[in-house]
Design a protein around this ligand. Structure first.
Ligand code: NAP
Length: 283
């Protein structure tokens, strides 16, 4: 595999997620002059050039020139247009395409790409904005090891990356790590509200709830055996055990499982809708 300082990576779309991934690549020793961005908004281009020192232009074909890896970082509804505008450059260069566009399946992406193009999908999550993301990656068997390595370089740039066994697992990843931060925020919100009801000042409750979420996350990251981490906080007959007992009796586990099932099912539904819309436009 190429070393980070010799790769050439192009981004189509220079929004929030692209900026987070580019910042991670720069931290991981990819030089700024090896990264280019195709981005229609002049204000976004100025931000990219000022803050990250990467080349940004309005022409996707120009951005792709010489790239080994092209990251599709536009909103799913913008993907078709972005790829069409890049078709000639993609055809000429034959890079691997890494799509972070939620819900766009590889088969749908391939319909608007040059024939035989290697396509990898990634599902990052919002903590990537701070370099603390986790990303699920899937590559079909026809993607070569070197191309996987390049995709992983980007996936790992904003935190950790993990390879999935099947594309359908992306829907589970969406339910788990994609939507997951919101579940923890909701739990912390409810904890703060309950603490207020028990007498704490609102600011104090919010600060303690957010700080607890942060600290628990750091501990989980250090040693990811979550059951062991929970056991370490729970002494027999103590306060934590009293709270966990109430959660268990109230059906917490079933509720979490149902919430995850709803998110995964919605992910499939949205991907079906996107795929059908793409098909309809081609007929
Ligand atoms: N943000 C997250 O937490 C998160 C998590 C997982 C996955 N994702 C996925 O990441 C992708 C990007 O999300 P984001 O939050 O970074 O969105 P974003 O901030 O809206 O960035 C998309 C950028 O692409 C630009 N663009 C539009 N059409 C283009 C074209 N034809 N060629 C090149 N660039 C074009 C947009 O410009 P305009 O503003 O002019 O439209 C915008 O600057 C989405 O597909 C999303 O599903 C995001």
């Amino acid at each position: 595999m190429q070393s980070p300082d010799s790769v050439k990576i192009a981004f189509l779309g220079g929004g929030n997620m692209a900026r987070a991934l580019i910042a991670g690549l720069l931290r991981n020793a990819v030089p700024a002059h090896r990264i280019s961005v195709g981005e229609p908004e002049s204000a976004a281009r100025e931000t990219l050039e000022r803050e990250l020192r990467v080349q940004a232009g309005p022409d996707n074909g120009e951005a792709i020139r010489g790239a080994y890896l092209v990251v599709l970082a536009v909103k799913p509804q913008q993907a078709e247009e972005a790829l069409r505008a890049s078709y000639a450059a993609l055809h000429e260069r034959g890079p691997v395409l890494l799509s972070i566009a939620a819900g766009l399946r590889i088969a749908d992406l391939r319909r608007v790409c040059p024939p035989g193009m290697a396509v990898v999908r990634a599902m990052p999550n919002r903590p990537a904005l701070l370099g603390a993301g986790v990303t699920g990656l899937y590559a079909p068997p026809d993607v070569a090891a070197g191309q996987r390595g390049l995709a992983e370089l980007v996936g790992a740039a904003a935190g950790r990356a993990v390879w999935l066994r099947a594309e359908a697992e992306i829907d589970v990843v969406t339910a788990l790590s994609g939507s997951g931060p919101a579940y923890f925020f909701l739990l912390a919100e409810h904890m703060a509200r309950a603490a207020e009801a028990l007498g704490l000042a609102p600011d104090t409750a919010a600060l303690l709830a957010a700080g607890t979420l942060h600290g628990a996350g750091l501990l989980a990251n250090e040693a990811p055996d979550l059951a062991a981490q929970r056991a370490a906080v729970t002494s027999r007959g103590g306060t934590t055990e009293a709270a966990l007992q109430v959660l268990r009796e109230g059906g917490f586990e079933t509720l979490v499982a149902r919430a995850m099932q709803a998110a995964a099912a919605r992910s499939v539904e949205l991907a079906d809708m996107l795929g059908a819309a793409l098909q309809a436009r081609r007929q």
